[in-house]
Design a protein around this ligand. Structure first.
Ligand code: SF4
Length: 250
């Protein structure tokens, strides 16, 4: 049985000392033993995600729910993904034997257009991300005690202080097994295991999200500089306090 005792502040400090720079498989194994079956990872299925997905496929579980052989992975289908992302997702699910759950927004793209016009992603990208990403993820994570992500400190200023294990304001635990990896570490792992890249990666799409808000990275730009290019936004809200806030979607 999983240990369902809440993680205390003292335990959190001890875990983060223990896991700083640890093998991500060690962190995943701890999370599975501690939280399964109330545990899932989320993934946007892009090249940056492939290492975590491969590690999840290697973290075979001694203790899991009925029928589960890997930590479940939640994919948020906003309705705005590139078809290449959906094809890459399906390829990795098959290749790695992943347990996939698809989370969807409460409103279809047509309903959002009817209510907010045809370019909410331009007129109010924070509301668009709330409707299509944050609120559906809040529902997908409901009932879970812990959530695994692939974020790394070197990706954005907002992620620079992330820890291997974090306590969210609602008491849920966020587990970031790759947090101490650099981009170089990620590529060392991808190359060592000969993992496939997202089909758009070779065209300069170093980080891939929804099609209307993703552009290729220009020479010298950081890997997320093609996301919401030209506006101040750098996070969709899944890795900020937006995830634990409710807002009006109308
Ligand atoms: S990334 Fe763009 S299209 Fe996708 S939910 Fe956010 S604002 Fe909307």
């Amino acid at each position: 049985m999983a240990n369902t005792k809440p993680v205390t502040a003292d335990e959190l400090a001890q875990l983060n000392t223990q896991f700083e720079g640890a093998d991500p498989l060690e962190i995943l194994t701890w999370a599975a033993e501690r939280f399964m079956p109330k545990l899932a990872a989320t993934s946007s299925f892009q090249t940056q995600s492939v290492a975590l997905l491969h590690l999840i496929s290697r973290a075979r579980l001694a203790k899991a729910g009925e029928g589960e052989t890997t930590i479940p992975v939640i994919f948020l289908d906003t309705g705005y993904h590139f078809p290449e992302t959906l094809a890459y997702r399906d390829q990795l699910v098959e290749q790695f034997g992943l347990t996939l759950t698809i989370a969807q927004p409460a409103k279809t793209p047509a309903e959002v257009v009817k209510q907010h016009g045809d370019a909410l992603y331009r007129s109010d990208p924070d509301l668009c991300c709330y409707i299509n990403k944050v609120e559906p993820m809040q529902r997908a994570l409901a009932g879970l005690e812990a959530w695994i992500t692939g974020i790394r400190r070197d990706q954005t200023a907002n992620r620079a202080t992330a820890q291997p294990v974090e306590l969210l304001p609602d008491g849920r635990v966020k587990v970031n097994p790759l947090v101490a990896w650099t981009r170089e570490d990620l590529w060392t792992y991808i190359n060592r295991h000969n993992l496939p890249s997202h089909p758009l990666f070779s065209q300069g799409y170093l980080s891939v999200g929804c099609a209307p808000c993703t552009a290729p990275v220009t020479a010298g730009g950081d890997e997320r500089s093609g996301r919401w290019a030209g506006c101040q936004k750098s996070e969709c809200g899944l890795h900020t306090d937006a995830l634990t806030r409710k807002r009006d979607m109308d």
